[in-house]
Design a protein around this ligand. Structure first.
Ligand code: C2O
Ligand code: CU
Length: 479
């Protein structure tokens, strides 16, 4: 790393109002039927690291990172024509949307990959409001890592009252001294540890600049973590954010536990923040997830003109979405074990697991050579077509009781469903939050429950993209 880039990392980061206006220009406000949008994947360039640094050659939707913010209203039909002008095959996955299997964008499993110079039309209904995102599901570590992702916002039919609706797509890039993307995708060092952690953070594809606000302003802040591997833990100095949704799904409004807003890869959190600093004041939002490498993420900068002296007196709770309630007494219970990766032996011994495949350095070497480093229920799967780890009858409630016997956190994602997180460490969760990606820390046990109502073979995988590629992926069949 040059000093230049390193010092840039310490600077605060630019934020903009999520490209709402720009996306609006490009697409207009979609009607209920939805004029088809077009997303074209190409090689592009982005000014990721600030105006005095070279541009970064990246891959992008419609030439920009993030791709255009697609905005719809709950109940609309999305229609997007995806055109691939990259040298690799691709697909697009609409992360978090409860859609038919054929639209899920999983190569070979739900569709034929979109080859170079080919196109594919995605058309499906949007049953739930919320903050979602789209990204390729083919060679994800590389394609997402090179900049292919964008926000997908589904507005509530009845909106809560805020002064501004802002999207921040967070990303973490691994750049070289010339601000170019490091080509070492898929190396076993990353795959067997924390994944590809980068050295340059962007918000909405931009380097830092203070975020301008006014005293009294109420902002709905939609956070999306599009990083391959980095987990964010944001502290809002001098402010009291209220969580109103996880992964797009409404939750009883509450202050974030431990005062930090924690987002694993692929997770989203909607906050309501009342900006109650004084005119001219500045505050720093800090990312302290990895305690020893805490850094200032972005500055909140108050203008001189206050908007109002007291916070708005309006409710912030979102209307419920349409997921069916899990039938817990009649649920099918299934234990899921995560194993593998570096330093797993110690944890497995401690937790009393069998060390069958992970005993000793010899087998670790073997795992690395074969690219199968992580296991779900004893199986390391590569590629997207595999024998299901679990088959569920349609309409049945399932409880997955997951145990993380590895030394690393994993954001576990299930396609086509939102699930309730019902317990952590044997304790019922306070909010029984709906999520589609749940972060499970080392040694942690987490239970989730959902009604398996969406037919087809559904991916279940770690959203640390290097872990996913190195075995941490399964399929749940709903038949
Ligand atoms: Cu966001 Cu299977 O992915
Ligand atoms: Cu993982």
């Amino acid at each position: 790393m040059t000093n230049q880039l390193t010092s840039m990392n310490r600077r605060t980061f630019l934020t903009r109002t999520g490209g709402v206006a720009v996306a609006g220009l490009a697409f207009g406000v979609p009607s209920a039927i939805g004029k088809p949008h077009r997303l074209t994947l190409t090689e592009a360039e982005a000014q990721l690291t600030g105006p005095n640094n070279p541009k970064t050659r990246d891959w992008a939707f419609n030439g920009r990172v993030p791709g255009p913010e697609l905005r719809f209203r709950q109940g609309d039909r999305l229609a997007v024509e995806v055109e691939n002008r990259l040298p690799q095959e691709t697909t697009v996955h609409w992360h978090g949307i409860r859609l038919p299997n054929a639209m899920d964008g999983v190569p070979h499993l739900t569709q034929k990959p979109i080859g170079p110079n080919e196109a594919f039309s995605y058309v499906f209904d949007l049953p739930d409001a919320g903050t979602y995102w789209y990204h390729p599901h083919m060679m994800s570590a590389e394609q997402v890592g090179r900049g292919l992702y964008g926000p997908l916002i589904v507005e509530e039919r009845e909106r809560i009252q805020v002064d501004r609706d802002v999207t921040w797509v967070l990303d973490d890039w691994r750049l070289d001294d010339n601000a170019q993307i490091d080509d070492g995708f898929g190396n076993m060092m990353d795959a067997s540890h924390a994944g590809r952690i980068g050295n340059t953070i962007t918000i909405n594809g931009r380097a830092p600049e203070p975020f301008p606000v006014r005293r009294g302003e109420r902002i709905r802040l939609r956070l999306i973590n599009a990083a391959n591997a980095r987990i964010f833990g944001l502290e809002f100095a001098g402010h009291k954010p209220t969580v109103i949704a996880y992964d797009g799904q409404p939750v009883e409004p509450h202050a974030p536990g431990s005062g930090r807003v924690v987002l694993g890869p692929a997770m989203r959190i909607d906050l309501v923040v009342d900006m109650m600093g004084k005119p001219g004041e500045h505050f720093t939002i800090t990312d302290s997830f990895y305690r020893r490498s805490t850094y200032p993420l972005v500055e909140i900068s108050y203008g001189t003109e206050p908007l109002r002296e007291r916070p708005l007196d309006a409710a912030v709770a979102l209307p419920a979405n349409t997921m069916p309630e899990p039938d817990l007494p009649n649920a099918l219970r299934h234990d899921v074990l995560f194993q593998g990766g570096m330093m797993s032996m110690m944890i497995e011994r401690e937790m009393g697991g069998s060390s069958d495949m992970s005993g000793g350095m010899g087998s670790m070497m073997e795992m690395m050579q074969s690219g199968r480093v992580w296991r779900i229920d004893g199986i390391a799967s590569v590629g997207h077509v595999m024998k299901p780890m679990l088959t569920l009858e349609r309409g049945r409630t399932a409880i997955l009781a997951m145990t993380n016997m590895t030394a690393w956190p994993h954001p576990m994602h299930l396609h086509g469903h939102s699930f309730r997180v019902i317990s952590r460490g044997g304790q019922p969760t306070r909010f029984r939050e709906w999520q589609d990606t749940v972060l499970i820390l080392p040694r942690e046990r987490v239970e989730i429950a959902f009604v398996a109502d969406n037919l087809g073979d559904r991916m279940f995988h770690s959203h640390i993209l290097e872990h996913q590629a190195a075995g941490m992926m399964g399929v749940i069949r709903i038949a």
